[in-house]
Design a binder for this molecule. Structure first.
Ligand SMILES: Cc1cc2nc3c(=O)[nH]c(=O)nc-3n(C[C@H](O)[C@H](O)[C@H](O)COP(=O)(O)OP(=O)(O)OC[C@H]3O[C@@H](n4cnc5c(N)ncnc54)[C@H](O)[C@@H]3O)c2cc1C
Length: 404
């Protein structure tokens, strides 16, 4: 973005420069090591010394908790401002955790900051903000269509001064990590209440008896260590009543607050991935020759590059609009803009990365180039945080109501 026309970008220009320099000096040179080391055995769920070293550096340089604007632990940026920085750190799949800006911890920190009691914040938010522990968010269940969260069956039953949690969850990002110390679990506390008041969210420490992490799940074969995605069983896990978040029956209210910023952060990161895919595609096309000319001289490749520029600009604009609307009116009022970005960005950036893979030939599908894993990441988001169809349906409802 041109700072001349954007006073907001001006305000974060220094931070952006420092982040860019950090990425160049520490992240890109270590990217392969961060993404592929410890791919075997249980050790892959341990934090690598390299990751911890880079986290320490980022923190020391004030490039820490860039997303966080609920207190002095963050940088106090608006969503619109953070978009510019998140795009930069999104260029590498290895970067978000280096700056303590990774999913799902970011969303969980938002929940704790907004809805946690002082004690819940002391126990869980403080170590998360310090990057000392990791967390997970457990909503999806294998047995029910979880895109409709009213289907969720996990039971949260009051028993004296405790709640007892029973159910099976899967696709729980972060839960494979040996550092994952707490789950925010969504379940039903009162199946007889109104449809959107039956659900609650509760904090369940991962070392609670009855919590069992059963297996890792992979996305096109990528297990995403050291955080991973897990299938987990809660078999009568008993926690104090004080672990309830916000209050019984308020799970949906919390889910809305969490998923707004969370969805947008994925989109911001994907713009960075898309920009990097275009750069990589151009370099490869310029360097590589076939049938007497460089790939960059071929019409089909030039069309692919031109189309990709059109699409990344569209992706950026819908994301900035959603962030800007959230800053002005809150996540609830910005839900349509967030839904648009959540649908548009992974689809467009996925298409850009797919073209970049094609231009790379076999190398594009290999582990030597970041593109294949990046594609898998964009593909996941067409389902994760609610499938695109559900968001299109909500948009249609709003649109039809507007024109009724
Ligand atoms: C890599 C990854 C990470 C994830 N991380 C987490 C996590 O940390 N925590 C967590 O709780 N969950 C997580 N999820 C789960 C994710 O949020 C769910 O998979 C998603 O919400 C869809 O639920 P489902 O899989 O049960 O699909 P279902 O609900 O069974 O839906 C299947 C399909 O039905 C179609 N469909 C559904 N509704 C409609 C509609 N209204 N109109 C038209 N078609 C429709 C869509 O095509 C949809 O994809 C993750 C998933 C992945 C892949």
């Amino acid at each position: 973005m041109n700072a001349m026309f954007d006073p907001v970008a001006d305000r974060i220009a220094a931070l952006k420069d420092r982040l860019e320099a950090f990425m160049a000096e520490h992240v890109y040179p270590n990217e392969r090591a961060l993404l592929s080391e410890r791919q075997e055995g249980v050790a892959r769920w341990e934090p690598s010394p390299l990751l911890e070293e880079l986290k320490g550096r980022a923190r020391g340089e004030g490039l820490w908790n860039l997303f966080y604007n609920h207190g002095p632990e963050g940088q106090g940026l608006s969503n619109y401002e953070y978009t510019h920085l998140c795009e930069l750190l999104g260029r590498s799949l290895a970067a978000p955790e280096v700056f303590n800006c990774n999913a799902p911890d970011v969303g969980n920190m938002e929940i704790l900051a907004q809805y946690g009691t002082d004690e819940q914040k002391r126990c869980w938010l403080a170590p998360l903000l310090a990057g000392e522990i990791r967390s997970c968010f457990a909503m999806t269940e294998p047995a029910v269509a979880s895109s409709d969260a009213t289907n969720i069956e996990t039971e949260i039953r009051r028993d004296g001064d405790d709640y007892v949690v029973t159910g099976r969850k899967w696709w729980i990002t972060g839960a494979m990590s040996s550092r994952c110390k707490v789950a925010i679990v969504m379940g039903k506390s009162d199946p007889s209440a109104a449809r959107h008041k039956q659900q609650s969210m509760i904090l369940v420490p991962m070392d609670t008896p009855g919590v069992k992490v059963e297996r890792p799940l992979s996305v096109y074969g990528y297990e995403h260590p050291p955080l991973g995605h897990a299938e987990i069983v809660f078999d009568g896990a008993r926690v104090p009543a004080a672990n309830m978040l916000l209050g019984e029956g308020r799970g949906f209210e919390i889910a809305q607050g969490r998923l707004g910023p969370g969805r947008i952060h994925h989109c911001m990161r994907f713009i960075g991935l898309g920009e990097r895919a275009i750069e990589t595609m151009c370099r490869r096309a310029t360097d590589r020759k076939a049938f007497g000319s460089t790939l960059a001289e071929m019409g089909g490749v030039r069309q692919a590059i031109g189309q990709s520029r059109c699409e990344i600009e569209q992706a950026r604009l819908v994301t900035l609009k959603a962030a800007w609307t959230m800053d002005r009116a809150g996540a609830k009022a910005a839900r349509n803009e967030i839904a648009v970005a959540k649908i548009v960005v992974p689809t467009l950036v996925g298409a850009i990365i797919d073209r970049a893979i094609q231009v790379h030939g076999g190398a594009g599908l290999s582990q030597d180039v970041f593109l294949a894993e990046a594609f898998a990441e964009t593909r996941f988001l067409r389902i994760g945080d609610g499938p695109d169809e559900v968001h299109r349906e909500a948009l249609a409802r709003a649109e039809l109501a507007r024109h009724a």
